[in-house]
Design a protein around this ligand. Structure first.
Ligand code: SF4
Ligand code: F3S
Length: 106
C-alpha cells in the first residue's frame, strides 16, 4: 500500500484524493490516511501531493515507519474523502516542518 506520512499533518492539501481510482483516502481534522486494504498500489497519488507526504510502503523512509500503523488504524475510524478542498490555513507555513506527529488530531 501507499502511506501518508508526517508532512501531511497541518497541511492537508487534498490534491491526492482526486486521482485515487478506488477512493481509499480517509479524512481527519488535520491529516489524511490511506486504507491499506483498499489501496491498489497504482501510485497515482504520490506525485500529486505538494508536500511530498505520500510514499510506497516499499520506499518508506525509516523514520516514517510508524505511519504504516497510523494509516491502517485511522482509516477505519475516519470518513471517506473523494473531493479536493482548500488546504488548512497555515499549510504553507507548516509544509516541511519536521516531526509534526505530536500535532496529529484524531
Ligand atoms: Fe489510491 Fe493509487 Fe494512491 Fe493507493 S496508490 S491511495 S489506490 S491513488
Ligand atoms: Fe496530505 Fe498531500 Fe494529500 S498534504 S492531503 S497527502 S495532497
Amino acid at each position: 500500500a501507499f502511506i501518508v506520512t508526517d508532512n501531511c499533518i497541518k497541511c492537508k492539501y487534498t490534491d491526492c484524493v482526486e486521482v485515487c481510482p478506488v477512493d481509499c483516502f480517509y479524512e481527519g481534522p488535520n491529516f489524511l490516511v490511506i486504507d491499506p486494504d483498499e489501496c491498489i498500489d497504482c501510485a497515482l497519488c504520490e506525485p500529486e501531493c505538494p508536500a511530498e507526504a505520500i510514499f510506497s510502503e516499499d520506499e518508506l523512509p525509516a523514520d516514517q515507519a510508524e505511519f504504516v500503523e497510523i494509516n491502517a488504524d485511522l482509516a477505519g475510524k475516519w470518513p471517506n474523502i473523494t473531493e479536493k478542498k482548500d488546504p488548512l490555513p497555515d499549510a504553507a507555513e507548516w509544509d516541511g516542518k519536521p516531526n509534526k506527529l505530536q500535532y496529529l488530531e484524531k
